[in-house]
Write a protein that binds this ligand. Structure first.
Ligand SMILES: [Fe+2]
Length: 333
């Protein structure tokens, strides 16, 4: 490569670094889409002026530094290493980007099953959660945010932060991954609600996008373990069932005749240890009891040298019970 060409590419690379910029995300709805809770003028000023200003100030604060190349999440997570200008404006950019995404004009969105279950476990009901969020938001002195977060131990919690801080920041008093945030700066509600912050908080729940909050919840939680990882003894039983039932479908009863006692032992093992938390339901325990008694009956039939047709029928019914358990486990996920 010629020296001048090399210099050109080096200069181009440097230029592109210097010009890396954070940009204002487009709203996924019109400014007037949330009128029932937030008026169009507030939305327009909030997005095109306030959020745009945070981005402009952030770009000025990071210009020409390695921070300009970083993802906003990574900046926010290590905010103690950055200047106050980056903390305020980077926080402002992150928080508002999240805020726009968790609002919608779509009516009656709902938490998904996993989030609903976690809300009920932590707060009893969605209504109790709303009350807690509203208290956190109403009592946040001055400007700030109220948050629903996933804590480092994968539980839900409600908290609030001042200014443009958020719970993802390493300086936050309560840390976690925010999945729902309510902006309680006056610029978010003053035109329509003036000083009545509680009225704004009561109205905003009608435009919360629970589908998006659920997505954020799923992303913040560790991946679910499979049934087999959670319940190894069911996996072991599955091994015996698969290697006896499938041959029996083809008329080969040798495997079940050889392993009927083992099947009893493996079925009893399901009940011998504590059930994994999610699977400790009366329906699953009842099905396991039927699996054990059915396995014992099959073992007795084998020992009595019953006819192949009788053994096949009994094994088939046990196979059905086994799949009933697997289905119940999936439902409880
Ligand atoms: Fe705001």
């Amino acid at each position: 490569m010629r020296k001048s060409t090399l210099l050109f590419f080096m200069a181009f690379g440097l230029t592109s670094t210097l010009f890396a910029q954070f940009t204002l995300p487009q709203l996924p709805y019109a400014y007037n889409a949330l009128e029932s809770a937030i008026d169009a003028q507030t939305m327009e000023i909030h997005h095109s002026k306030h959020h745009a200003a945070y981005i402009n100030n952030l770009n000025n604060a990071v210009k020409g530094t390695p921070t300009a190349e970083m993802a906003i999440e990574d900046i926010v997570k290590n905010i103690s290493k950055h200047s106050m200008a980056i903390r305020n404006n980077g926080g402002g950019h992150f928080n508002h980007s999240l805020f726009w995404s968790i609002l919608t004009s779509e009516k009656n969105t709902m938490p998904n099953a996993g989030l609903q279950k976690a809300i009920e476990k932590q707060f009893t009901s969605v209504d109790s959660l709303k009350k807690l969020m509203n208290v956190a938001a109403a009592t946040r002195f001055g400007s700030g945010w109220a948050w629903l977060i996933v804590t480092p131990d994968n539980k839900l919690a409600v908290c609030s932060t001042p200014n443009q801080d958020n719970p993802l920041m390493d300086i936050a008093e309560v840390k976690g991954t925010p999945i729902l945030g309510i902006d309680v700066w006056e610029h978010a509600y003053y035109l329509k609600y003036q000083n009545k912050r509680p009225d704004y908080l009561a109205a905003i729940w009608s435009v919360i996008n629970w589908t998006e909050v659920s997505k954020r919840y799923d992303a913040a939680m560790p991946p679910k373990k499979s049934i087999w990882e959670q319940w190894p003894s069911l996996n072991t039983f599955h091994g015996v069932m698969a290697s006896t039932f499938h041959p029996s479908e083809e008329g080969n009863l040798k495997p079940i005749k050889a392993r009927s006692a083992e099947m009893v032992a493996k079925a009893e093992a399901l009940n011998a240890q504590a059930y994994p938390d999610e699977y400790a339901t009366p329906a699953i325990k009842d099905a396991v009891a039927r699996l054990i008694s059915g396995s014992k009956e099959l073992d007795a039939l084998v020992k009595k040298k019953s006819k192949d047709a009788v053994l096949t029928q009994k094994l088939k019914s046990l196979h059905d019970v086994f799949h009933e358990i697997v289905g119940l486990c999936k439902d409880s996920h």
